[in-house]
Each structure stands twice: as C-alpha cells, then as structure tokens.
Design a protein around this ligand. Structure first.
Ligand SMILES: [Mn+2]
Length: 426
C-alpha cells in the first residue's frame, strides 16, 4: 500500500488549528530569547534517519518471537513499509540493508522501488554472527577473529560480497558488527584474536571503493558472555586508526554497560574526527532494543547536545550515518519506529535550543548551577510544535501515529499480505 499525500493533508486539517496555536506559543517564546525558530525547523526537515531492513518485522528475544500479521516478507515490501514511514514523518528517507537477509533479486526493481518512495541506500551491514545454510565454514567460534584461517577468509569474502551488493545500490558505507568473543576464560587468546581481527578488517578496508567508509561497531557482551573482541569504543577507535582514514567508530546506544557516559564517548570521537555512524535505541539493562527515548530521554538529549556541538565544531568529522537499531517484539514495528523517529527529532530540536554561547560563559565562570540550568532549560522546552511544523512544511503528518491509526494501515497490510507473513531475519 502507498499513502496519498492528499489523505495526509485532509487528516491534518482536523488538528491544524491546535497545531498553529501551539506553534505560535513556542515561536514567541523563542523570539523572546533571540532564537530563530525557522532555522531549527529547517534543520529538522533535513534530518534523515535510516531504517534497518530487519526492523520492519517482529523482533524477538532469545525466548521467542511474536508475530502480528502483515509483516513484509520481501525486500520490496520492506521498502513499501519504509515508504509509509517516510510519507508520514519525512524523517525516514533511507534504508540500511542487512546481508544476507536482504539480498536483492532484481537490482533495478529494488532501486526503482526505493526511488518511488524517495528512499536512499545507507550503510550496508554484513553478518558473520550466524552460519548460512550453504556455508563451508562455521562462525561458532568467531569470524574475522577466528584462529582458523579458512574461517577468517570466508568472513572477509562475505564482507567484500556485501560491499559489492551495496555498490550496485548506491550505498557508500559498510558497517561491521562482530559477535566474535568468548564465553569462558581461557577459551581464546586475547592478543591473537585481536590481531586476527585487525588483519581481517584491514583486508576488508583495502577492498572498499575510494568513496566508501568502514564503520566498526563495538559491544561489551552478548552473544558472548565472557569477552567480546571489539568490546568498547577504544578498541573500535584503535582498529579504525589501524585500517586508515576512511574507517570510523560506530556508536550504538544499546552497546554499553548500564550508566556508561555515552555523551562523553561521542564527544571524544567527534574531537578526533572518528565518529562515523550512530545507532539509536533505548535500554534499561543491556542491548534491549527498546524504542528510542522510552527509558532515558534526558540521556538522549545530552548525547544530542554533544552531537550538535560536534557537528558545529569538528568539521574534520564526516557527516554521520544515522540509523535506528531497535526491534522489540511486542509493538507493531511501524508504530514503534514512528515513536523512535519522534523521540530522535525531539532530542535533536532540544539540543539545537541549547544556548552554546551562554553555556561557554557559564563554564568559564565555573558557574555549575547555571550550566545545569542552561541544559535543562532546553530539555524542558516543549519542542513538539517545531517538530510537527517541520513535517507540515514537507506535506507530512502533523501527528504521524494518529494518522497511521486512523488510516488503519496495519489492517490493510494484513489484508494485503496475510496474517502469517514473516519477515526475514533472525
Ligand atoms: Mn547496532
């Protein structure tokens, strides 16, 4: 199914008056502070977040997966779902493919479909964390880190294959996340596996087209529970440096131990010009795959504050590849993604409101109280009318979730695809 812009504009009418009153209120507040609301709205309009091809079906935990009907079972249908999201929110204009779950059968047809929905192909993701049915070697004891050369070679070749697929679609980056590690002390040699990983990544890096970037993702634990080869940002940063200038660290919010100061990691990487990509989600305990902003919205704001500061002050750092990496199993994924996109836009808008000049002055005067007040003044501003207006100006929905529900989109998808359709993935 495809949503008509006219349908959105008709449905917007019923909430237009309320929106304009709220927009007027914040515009006056901002004007009083000398902030140009239109400037913020412009930035919000331009902000695009990639949707991963695996987030459109029911996610799961290792205990089970609960389907909800109407899941996209082909790549074309996944692009249709992202098209729905993008039409409603004007914030989901990119897709991030997971290989081998989403290898296109017909490249031209996939490119045409994406173009129809104004979707571009963002980073491609390789998968060496599970065995493929026809694979000669097994990743049970690691992939790029494996002590067996044949396994490493298979994993390297897979990454090169992923690059080739991405090239045909117009992607410009490869994201590598490794499950490699150990579950018991003594299982592997830390130094040897790190060296193998470094050598393997360097070989993959050498195969990158000149205009491509390599993103190296880290994670402290899971699926391995004693050690992970690329466990933290420092290891990722070191490996990226070893690879070369077009290799970067990728930060995934869920890939940290509880209470880690992620905003400081973001600032450090931006300072060094080595932050390449960013995966949004939220969590309470680990890599929980929860909706962005559902647990720690203030932390999300503080992270965005560093991102906004870095984008302004670290020209050496490239434009970031933004992606949502959340896929839980008890919500309709499209509703979940709408909520995540909204949370991202809100945090971004709040961060854009931080008075950086005032903050600098307060920091220099060691006025800690004022520093906190400046940040919280921005965080406690209801920026939602600005986010809504950024959509109105692009003919998208004032309230995407309400329109998604009133158009009964899930019901239509179930009617079109059936109750038992399943998306490819884990
Ligand atoms: Mn991730």
């Amino acid at each position: 199914m495809k949503i008509d812009k006219q349908q959105i504009s008709d449905l917007n009418k019923s909430v237009e008056t309320k929106h304009l009153i709220q927009l007027d209120f914040i515009a006056n507040q901002l004007q009083h502070k000398g902030i140009d609301g239109q400037h913020i709205i412009k930035k919000l309009k331009d902000f695009q977040v990639a949707i991963p091809s695996w987030a459109l079906g029911a996610g799961g935990t290792r205990f089970g997966r609960f389907s909800f009907g109407g899941e996209p079972s082909t790549l074309e249908q996944k692009l249709d779902d992202i098209g729905i999201l993008h039409t409603l929110t004007n914030a989901a204009g990119a897709v991030s493919l997971h290989i081998p779950w989403d290898i296109p059968q017909n490249y031209q047809a996939i490119k045409d479909k994406a173009a129809q929905h104004n979707i571009v192909f963002d980073a491609v993701n390789s998968n060496t964390f599970q065995d493929q049915s026809n694979a000669k070697e097994s990743y049970k004891f690691g992939s790029l880190c494996n002590s067996n050369k044949a396994v490493r070679e298979q994993a390297i070749q897979h990454n090169i294959d992923v690059i080739n697929i991405g090239e045909k679609l117009g992607s410009k980056s490869l994201t590598v996340w490794l499950a490699d590690g150990s579950s018991f002390p003594g299982q592997l040699n830390f130094q040897e596996t790190l060296k193998n990983t470094q050598d393997s990544l360097k070989t993959v890096y050498k195969s990158l087209p000149k205009d491509w970037k390599l993103f190296i993702e880290y994670k402290p634990y899971e699926p391995n529970f004693y050690s992970t080869v690329i466990q933290d940002w420092g290891t990722s940063y070191m490996l990226a440096n070893e690879c070369g200038e077009r290799a970067y660290t990728l930060v995934d919010l869920g890939h940290h131990l509880p209470n880690t100061n992620i905003e400081q990691i973001v600032a450090t990487l931006l300072y060094k010009g080595k932050l390449g990509g960013f995966h949004f989600n939220d969590s309470k305990y680990g890599d929980d795959d929860l909706t962005v902003g559902s647990i720690k919205p203030y932390a999300l704001f503080l992270i965005f504050n560093e991102l906004v500061y870095g984008i302004e002050n670290n020209p050496k750092n490239p434009d970031l590849a933004w992606m949502i990496d959340a896929s839980h199993n008890i919500k309709d994924p499209l509703e979940d993604l709408i909520q995540s996109l909204e949370a991202i836009m809100i945090a971004y808008a709040q961060a854009l409101l931080v008075d950086q000049k005032q903050l600098k002055e307060a920091q220099e005067a060691q006025d800690i109280v004022a520093c906190q007040e400046i940040l919280q003044e921005a965080y406690r501003t209801d920026v939602r009318p600005l986010v809504r207006e950024s959509r109105v100006q692009m003919n998208a929905a004032i309230d995407p979730l309400a329109i998604y529900r009133s158009l009964e989109i899930r019901k239509t998808l179930i009617k079109e695809r059936g109750k038992n359709s399943t998306a490819s993935g884990l």
